[in-house]
Ligand binder design. Sequence first.
Ligand SMILES: CC(C)(COP(=O)(O)OP(=O)(O)OC[C@H]1O[C@@H](n2cnc3c(N)ncnc32)[C@H](O)[C@@H]1OP(=O)(O)O)[C@@H](O)C(=O)NCCC(=O)NCCS
Length: 179
Amino acid sequence: MGIKVRPAKPGEGRDVAQLLAVAALPRPGLANTIDNNELMMAPGNPVECYLVAYEDLKMVGAVGASPPWNWLTELGKHGLAREEQRRIGMIIAKIVSVVVEPDHRRQGVGRKLLLHTIAFYRQHHYKWMYGQFSDDSLIEFYKELGFTVSDPDQPLNVPVGIRTSMLGGSGERWFSMLL
Ligand SMILES: CC(C)(COP(=O)(O)OP(=O)(O)OC[C@H]1O[C@@H](n2cnc3c(N)ncnc32)[C@H](O)[C@@H]1OP(=O)(O)O)[C@@H](O)C(=O)NCCC(=O)NCCS
């Protein structure tokens, strides 16, 4: 079985949305972002990363990651300057979602998608990556990839880019990694 991982192309948003829906992970904006090719890939800009995994002609997995726009917007409301938000958006990436089609789980597809995402952000000189999840059965998945996994509700110290900041306890677990 050959699994190929590559960047998502415009037109593939619907298939990605379907994979996410099956896993009960609705991400309303993500399909549009992929289809409208809104990805900011120009050099010197924050970068987003949307990858898909194919087995032959079938999409069997997808991952989306981006600078933590929502969090940066929040910080902006508390006075963080736009230029500073942009600078942080060029060194911190958040995994928005990773999903594998149920019949293809436990075959290394999710691992492959995340390893490509990590490599992508390393190539772009990002310093730190994080995300959150609620299903405890995934603790091993993230640990096995080298992420540190927090206890539920524990805040997360942001170790780079910003002098003193923490992401609050969300009832979920954080996973994070220095790149
Ligand atoms: C999370 C998810 C993407 C993992 O994808 P996957 O392709 O099944 O994972 P992999 O086969 O690459 O797993 C790599 C390793 O992680 C660990 N792992 C993965 N899923 C696991 C599970 N359900 N329970 C325990 N360990 C698990 C194992 O160590 C595994 O290696 P092994 O199979 O050799 O033991 C997949 O389970 C999924 O789509 N879940 C629903 C969506 C979701 O919850 N996404 C995460 C939140 S955004």
